[in-house]
Design a protein around this ligand. Structure first.
Ligand code: HEM
Length: 433
């Protein structure tokens, strides 16, 4: 006779099945998974009206998302990748590399790819591990129990400190940079910005990224760091980005500044929020946390890598990106017109039951795992995916063996955003081993 199946624990709250997926307030209560499940089943390419826009098609199935991602000639990124609609002058000033199609995008990506390649990221491993160890040391009391906010005291710290190292800026600049990054990705949330979009008038900033004054601060920072590097090149990502390639091509000043803004926003909060969602999932499933800890302790790297992939799927932090139809076309029976906005919902595709067995169960052994949290089959596939994977893996490698017990210690807070699924606060009680 076999024993009982291992307890998987921690049911995922699927939320309501009739949520408004446009309203940023919806997500304060969590991702409305039941709504996305209904859409995938009944209306996989559905039309949504917007209070401040022309409306959009929501693409919710995994195979449709990869189809749209691949067919860049029909579903273009060159008119913006967020829901916001911009006039051409504002767009030209704000445009980042996500907002180009090939061949312009191919050129841009070639100019910035080197510091984020698998090879470069392996070279960062020792530095990430030292930083992770320091973060864990600072958070835990040896042999004792501490109550803390996992997000600010642990998850925020590692990507922030690593960003500072990559950019080659003083450690003291890290918190300032991250606060600006928070204001950008949290641009709908009054806790992160004095100018929340939709709640205040942000017209004055429509020509800057995320309609946020924080982007102007980052532009000034980028200008002064660039001037410093031009006078005295250093061995860091900023100098790499400014250097010409073999054929003499290089980023323009505006491209460089917009890329730095993208790095400080996309390259930071997303990793933090993935770590936070992962920790919540593991604390709620002690059996799985123990399984992962055991694998870390016996140095079963293959298991840990598979587990990290599942945690990234589970968190699916970047909920959507937008494309724009370049011609009339059909997608799963819906007629899409030239100029229509087409929004691909990564967070829905990552729970598509046609692709993932028992998608609402965390399965650290899930393999294959074609998660789309970083995009898939897209020229825009996340540039920082290797770095994010490594930071998440190392954080848990350093943290879990140090814990005898971990409990949730209060209710969590989520970001007001239909774009980023962010846990802002995760109170936990951690007992050191
Ligand atoms: C878990 C953390 C992360 C998630 C979930 C995430 C998610 C994404 C997604 C969904 C895309 C767009 C894919 C598409 O349109 O097909 C993207 C692109 C991008 N990401 Fe990430 N990202 C993460 C971490 C990072 C990090 C750490 C960096 C940099 C240090 C970064 C930099 C970028 C850049 C520059 C792009 C644009 C690439 C292009 O247009 O070619 N991301 N990311």
């Amino acid at each position: 006779m076999t024993g009982p199946a291992p307890r998987r624990g921690g049911e995922l709250d699927l939320g309501p099945s009739d949520a408004d997926i446009v309203d940023p307030d919806t997500y304060v209560h969590g991702v409305p998974h039941a709504t996305f499940r209904r859409l995938r089943r009944d209306d996989p390419v559905s039309w949504w009206d917007e209070p401040d826009g022309q409306g959009f098609w929501a693409v919710t199935r995994h195979d449709d998302l990869t189809y749209v991602s691949r067919h860049v000639d029909v579903f273009s990124s060159a008119q913006g990748v967020t829901l916001e609609e911009m006039d051409s002058a504002d767009f030209a000033a704000r445009r980042n590399m996500l907002e180009y199609d090939p061949p312009e995008h191919t050129r841009y990506r070639r100019l910035v790819a080197k510091p984020f390649s698998r090879r470069s990221v392996y070279a960062y491993e020792a530095a990430i591990r030292l930083l992770a160890r320091a973060v864990v040391d600072e958070a835990l009391a040896p042999g004792g129990t501490v109550s803390l906010d996992f997000v600010t005291q642990i998850a925020k710290q590692l990507p922030m400190r690593m960003l500072g190292r990559l950019l080659g800026v003083p450690d003291a600049d890290g918190p300032w940079l991250v606060e600006r990054g928070d204001a950008l990705l949290g641009n709908f949330d009054p806790e992160f910005t004095d100018h929340p979009v939709g709640l205040t008038n942000t017209d004055e900033y429509k020509g800057v990224p995320f309609r946020s004054p924080a982007a102007l601060d980052l532009f000034r920072y980028a200008e002064s760091e660039a001037a410093r590097r031009r006078a005295h090149p250093t061995d860091d990502v900023i100098s790499d980005l400014l250097a010409p390639t073999i054929d003499g091509d290089r980023l323009t000043e505006q491209e460089f500044k917009n890329f730095l803004v993208l790095l400080v926003s996309a390259g930071n909060d997303t990793t933090r929020y993935t770590m936070a969602a992962s920790m919540k999932a593991l604390v709620e499933r002690p059996d799985q946390m123990a399984e992962l800890r055991d694998a870390i302790q016996r140095r079963d790297d293959a298991f840990v890598d598979t587990a990290v992939e599942e945690l990234i799927r589970w968190a699916s932090v970047t909920m959507h990106f937008r494309r724009t139809a370049t011609c009339d076309t059909e997608l799963r029976g819906s007629t899409i017109r030239t100029g229509d906005k087409v929004v691909i919902w990564f967070v829905s595709a990552d729970y598509d039951e046609e692709v993932f067995t028992h998608p609402y169960e965390l399965d650290l052994r899930r393999d294959p795992n074609p998660q789309v949290a970083f995009g898939l089959m897209s020229p825009h596939l996340c540039l920082g995916a290797q770095l994010a994977r490594m930071e998440i893996k190392i954080l848990f490698q350093e943290l879990l063996p140090r814990l005898a017990d971990a409990q949730l210690a209060g209710s969590l807070d989520r970001m007001r955003s239909n774009f980023i699924a962010g846990i802002k606060r995760l109170p936990v009680r951690l007992t050191a081993a």
